[in-house]
Design a protein around this ligand. Structure first.
Ligand SMILES: Cc1cc2nc3c(=O)[nH]c(=O)nc-3n(C[C@H](O)[C@H](O)[C@H](O)COP(=O)(O)OP(=O)(O)OC[C@H]3O[C@@H](n4cnc5c(N)ncnc54)[C@H](O)[C@@H]3O)c2cc1C
Length: 384
C-alpha cells in the first residue's frame, strides 16, 4: 500500500518490508511509538520472506535462540486473536537425525538446555525415530532429537497480518520506495528515496540479506552476507505420512516436510560461496535427490513439481544482530541467518522494548551488534 508523498519527518524509519521490518513496525506501534515509517524498495516480502519455507523450531544450541523461539512461536499460535490472521501453524514437530558422535553429544546437551527452558525436546533411539517416520532408512543414524512444539507456518499470512496490524495503529508503510542514501547530522537521519527525503530521529535496518548495503549507505559495516538456498516441492505424493515431522538429516543437511498434497525438500550447500544468485540448478537438485533417496528411499517414486531459490542473510556466528550501533540513532535488526521467520515476532518485541525503555526482558547480549568488535562470539550450531 502506498500513501502518497513521504512525510518530511518521522520518529522511527524502518528500512525493509520483510517479516522482520513488519514485526518491528507492529511491536513499535503496540508499544505506543506510532510515528513510524516503513520503507520497502519493492513489494513487501520481495526478499527472503517470500522464499522461506516457514519452519519454526525450539531446537537450538544457545539459550538466547531458544527464548526467541518460545516468544515467537507462542505469538504465531495466538496470531488469529492478536492479528486476526491464521498463519497456518502446523506443530508437527522437528526430528533431527544424527549420524556423527560429536553431534549426538552436542544435541543431547542442547536437549537438556531446551528442557530447562520448558521445551519438551526428547533424545530418541534410532528405532524410536522410525516410529515417527516409518519410511526412513536408519543407516548410520546414531540418535535423534524430537520436539513436538516445532513445525511450520505460512510466512505470507504472518507478513500480511503484521503489516495490517501496524497500519491500524498508524504506521505508514511505503512499497516501491528504495532508500538510496542515508545521511546524518546533529538533528537526526535523512533517508533519501527517489522522490523525497524524510528525516528520522531513529533508523532501524531490517533489510535482510541487503543489510550490509543499507548499512554502508549510513557509513556502517554490517557483517551480513547473502548465501543461496534452494528448495523443491514434489507433485502430490501419498507414500509418506501427511503428519510426519519436519525431518532433518543433520549430516547432509537434507530436510523434508509435508507440503500438501506433496512434500517440500531442501538442503544446505556448504561449498557454495556467498553470492546474490537465486536461480535453481540441476547439479544441486541431483545432489538433493541423492541425499533424499538415501535417507527416505520411497522418495525415489516422487516427482519434483517446482523449485525456487532465495537468500539466507548470514552473520559470522549465525546469530542475528539486534540492537544499537556505534552511530547514535542507528539500530540493527537483521542477519537472522536463515531463522528470520521463526524469530521475527520476538525480535520485533525486543526492538520495541529497546526503543521505548532501553532494556529488554530477555538477555540479548548474544545478539548485540558490538559482539564481534569485543571478540565475544558464540556460534549457533543448529544451522541448516
Ligand atoms: C529457501 C529459504 C528457506 C527459508 N526457510 C526458513 C524457515 O524455514 N524458517 C525461518 O525462520 N526462516 C527461513 N528462511 C530465512 C528467512 O526467509 C529470513 O530469515 C527472513 O525472511 C528474513 O526476513 P527479513 O525481513 O530480515 O529480510 P527480507 O525478507 O529479505 O526483507 C528485507 C527487505 O528489505 C528490502 N530492502 C533491501 N534494500 C532496501 C533499500 N535500500 N530500501 C528499502 N528496502 C530495501 C528488500 O527488498 C526486502 O524486502 C528461509 C530463507 C530461504 C531463502
Amino acid at each position: 500500500m502506498t500513501l502518497g508523498p513521504l512525510p518530511a519527518r518521522c520518529e522511527v524509519c524502518i528500512v525493509g518490508g520483510g517479516i522482520v521490518g513488519a514485526s518491528v513496525a507492529f511491536f513499535l506501534s503496540q508499544a505506543g511509538i506510532r510515528d513510524v515509517l516503513l520503507l520497502e524498495r519493492g513489494r513487501y516480502g520481495d526478499g527472503s520472506t517470500g522464499r522461506a519455507v516457514g519452519g519454526v523450531r525450539h531446537q537450538f544450541s544457545l539459550a538466547a535462540n531458544v527464548r526467541l523461539s518460545l516468544r515467537s512461536i507462542a505469538f504465531y499460535r495466538d496470531a488469529q486473536r492478536i492479528l486476526g490472521v491464521d498463519v497456518e501453524l502446523h506443530q508437527i514437530g522437528y526430528l533431527f537425525l544424527l549420524t556423527n558422535p560429536t553431534d549426538v553429544a552436542e544435541f543431547a546437551r542442547a536437549a537438556g538446555l531446551q528442557q530447562s527452558l520448558g521445551v519438551p525436546t526428547v533424545v530418541l533411539e534410532p528405532t524410536q525415530a522410525r516410529r515417527l517416520v516409518p519410511d526412513v532408512d536408519l543407516e548410520g543414524v546414531l540418535a535423534a532429537t524430537y520436539c513436538p512444539w516445532d513445525g511450520y507456518a505460512d510466512p505470507g499470512s504472518a507478513l500480511d497480518g503484521l503489516l495490517r496490524g501496524a497500519r491500524e495503529e498508524g504506521v505508514r508503510t511505503y512499497s516501491d520506495t528504495p532508500v538510496t542514501a542515508i545521511n546524518r547530522d546533529a538533528g537526526g537521519w535523512d533517508l533519501v528515496t527517489p522522490g523525497a527525503v524524510t528525516r528520522a530521529e531513529r533508523v532501524v535496518i531490517c533489510a535482510g540479506a541487503y543489510s550490509r548495503d543499507v548499512g554502508a549507505l549510513a557509513g556502517l559495516d554490517v557483517p551480513v552476507l547473502p548465501y543461496r538456498r534452494q528448495v523443491y516441492v514434489t507433485e502430490p505424493f501419498d507414500r509418506l505420512p501427511r503428519d510426519m515431522p519436519f525431518t532433518i538429516d543433520f549430516g547432509t543437511r537434507f530436510y523434508i516436510r509435508p507440503e500438501p498434497p506433496g512434500f517440500l525438500l531442501g538442503m544446505d550447500d556448504p561449498n557454495e560461496p556467498s553470492g546474490w544468485d537465486t536461480s535453481t540448478t540441476s547439479e544441486f537438485l541431483e545432489r538433493l535427490v541423492d541425499a533424499a533417496v538415501a535417507r527416505v528411499p520411497v522418495l525415489a517414486e516422487a516427482r519434483v513439481h517446482r523449485g525456487w531459490g532465495g537468500l539466507y542473510e548470514v552473520t559470522p556466528d549465525h546469530k542475528p544482530l539486534i540492537g544499537a550501533t556505534p552511530l547514535p540513532g542507528l539500530w540493527l535488526c537483521c542477519g537472522f541467518s536463515g531463522h528470520g521467520f521463526m524469530h521475527a515476532p520476538a525480535a520485533g518485541m525486543a526492538m520495541a522494548e529497546l526503543l521505548t525503555t532501553g532494556r529488554t526482558r530477555d538477555d540479548l547480549t548474544d545478539f548485540d551488534p558490538g559482539r564481534f568488535a569485543r571478540g565475544e562470539v558464540r556460534e549457533e550450531r543448529y544451522v541448516i
